[in-house]
Design a protein around this ligand. Sequence first.
Ligand SMILES: *Cc1c(COP(=O)(O)O)cnc(C)c1O
Length: 248
Amino acid sequence: MSGVLEREASAERRAELAERLERVRGRMRDAAGGGPVPRLVVVTKNFPPSDALALAELGAADLGENRDQEAAPKAEALAGRLESPPAWHFIGQLQSNKAKSVVRYASAVHSADRLSLVKALGGAMSRALQEGLRPDWAGASLDVLVQVSLDDDAAGARGGAAPADVPRVAEAIASTPALELRGVMGVAPLGADPAPAFERLAAVRDALRADHPGAEWMSAGMSQDLEAAVGAGATHVRIGSDILGARR
Ligand SMILES: *Cc1c(COP(=O)(O)O)cnc(C)c1O
């Protein structure tokens, strides 16, 4: 995918995105039941920069991506088109050698799951700041969440640190200049009731806050399990297909 925006979204596509975005916002308000409504991270992976631009113009201030090769050119394309570009949230498994690229556009990384990655992100951030490679719109610090495995087996089929390892990863983030520890992220296990998994994630977040009062974020909930996540206290939901459509 190239960094240039080859075409704009059609009027029809724009209307469809507007309607689906509103429908998801309605579900979030209903799920919150009068309580605080989480932030919506619209996951634009597998969809063209024209859709991301249309969504940003419709008021989506937070966009999510899970592959650096796709996210980097998309972020660049939008930065060239908008006075205030959206905040990009990196939500996927991240190889340490991609940290250097990710810190040139991401405001937040939701998927820190090991000490080596925290170290790579910290090093990449300080170099990017020194060399002026981090754009102002991405922010002077990087918000980082510890991804917690919510799978019953410790192998973590859907990624993340085992709950017992979370304090060490969190401590490493908190003690790295230019990284801001914000909280936790989780993906519900496949084929199981998401509600208890999100309750476990909330408990991990609450335990973390005893030592790190600023670690308030809980990034949880996708198209299929948004309501369960909001019910468990998610502060950020990550929604792709219910807004953009089925991914090819
Ligand atoms: C793709 C993805 C999402 C969005 O999933 P949908 O089911 O399309 O809403 C959320 N979180 C992560 C980590 C993802 O990779």
